[in-house]
Design a protein around this ligand. Structure first.
Ligand SMILES: *[C@@H]1O[C@H](CO)[C@@H](O)[C@H](O)[C@H]1NC(C)=O
Length: 331
């Protein structure tokens, strides 16, 4: 008797742990496949590590872990939504004729201010498909092809290792608290022009390892843009894209198809990574204003131009305002 009880318990435990540990293995496998990423992250001035520290408490803080297991209020809605699956593009209110008496479908009605039960395209509440911990939403490795509707209170969004192909104008609408978007390792080839540029609190935008040929409009307050390992061409970057971003400190565009140094660059910039692109030449004023000899860029200490065809010795007058020479091929 005891033996059977033990066996059933064990089976239940395995069922619980199974998918989670599989996901971990899968992520580990993918991380091992991209060693170049870690190469970049070990550089002394790379800000990504440092910047992500401030949200580590969100990750490690398990004091609110009970939220995860407390699905009491949410489970019945799964049943209801599987009866009437809702496409996220057509909310039930608008698709119903106004004369039809409304069947009680409280699925999308917010229960708490902010933490509404947003439904994904398969009809599940976002916080069942993703893990919502405090103000962070973790949707890593969740087989997503679209961004799920996010709770209004979301501050940090992680949706890495999915199959998202496009970011649409409405995906982040009204998310006024959002500080970090991490969509690395997806299949994103297009981002609607106004999908991101109105997010007032956004600081970190991480789009590395996707298939972007062009950058979308960027929000003014952005501090870190990581678009490494995409297919970015110089024609896909607006001429004034970065100059107006007065808080931009870290600009990572390595492993793309750029043939020119983007510019103008804001004075706030500390790191500019352009290694492994197709840059052959450089304007005299790429970094320094040749008309203003006392002009300095004290903050820009970390410029990577290695693995480009450019011969940096040909532009000796281009670096006078920099605290350090760029990394790359001289002579
Ligand atoms: C790079 O430019 C410098 C200065 O003109 C020149 O002496 C050197 O030979 C060039 N190196 C290569 C590999 O072309």
């Amino acid at each position: 008797m005891k033996f059977w009880a033990l066996l059933i318990l064990l089976a239940l435990l395995l069922q619980e742990a199974g998918p989670a540990s599989l996901l971990k293995k899968e992520r580990k496998r993918r991380e091992e496949q991209s060693p170049r990423e870690s190469e970049t992250y070990t550089l002394p001035h790379v800000g990504t590590d440092v910047l992500s520290l401030d949200d580590y408490h969100e990750i490690i803080d398990l004091s609110s872990y009970e939220e995860l297991t407390d699905y009491g209020g949410q489970l019945p809605e799964v049943e209801r939504s599987s009866v009437a699956p809702l496409a996220r593009t057509s909310p039930p209110q608008s698709s119903m004729s106004p004369r039809t008496p409304s069947p009680s479908l409280p699925v999308t009605r917010p229960t708490e201010p902010g933490l509404r039960h947003s439904l994904t395209s398969v009809g599940l509440p976002t916080c069942l498909v993703c893990v919502c911990l405090g103000s962070s939403v973790y949707c890593d490795d969740a087989d997503l092809e679209d961004l799920p509707p996010l709770p209004r209170t979301t501050v940090y969004l992680y949706a890495r290792f999915n199959r998202i192909t496009r970011v649409r104008a409405g995906d982040f609408k009204g998310l006024t608290k959002l500080k970090r978007i991490d969509l690395s390792s997806n299949l994103i080839s297009s981002i609607d022009a106004d999908a991101l540029h109105l997010l007032p609190a956004l600081q970190d935008l991480i789009l590395s390892e996707n298939q972007l040929a062009a950058l979308p409009g960027l929000p003014r307050g952005i501090e870190l843009l990581d678009a490494r390992r995409n297919r970015l061409r110089s024609s896909g970057i607006q001429p004034e894209a970065f100059g107006v971003l007065e808080r931009l400190q870290f600009l990572y565009l390595a492993d793309n198809l750029l043939d020119a140094i983007p510019g103008p660059l804001p004075l706030s910039l500390r790191s500019l990574h352009l290694q492994n692109n197709k840059i052959e030449s450089m304007q005299r004023d790429a970094f320094c204003d040749p008309a203003e000899h006392r002009h300095t860029r004290r903050l820009l200490e970390d410029i990577r131009l290695d693995r480009n065809p450019i011969n940096l010795s040909l532009f000796p007058e281009a670096y006078f305002c920099l605290p350090r020479l760029p990394v790359g091929r001289f002579t």
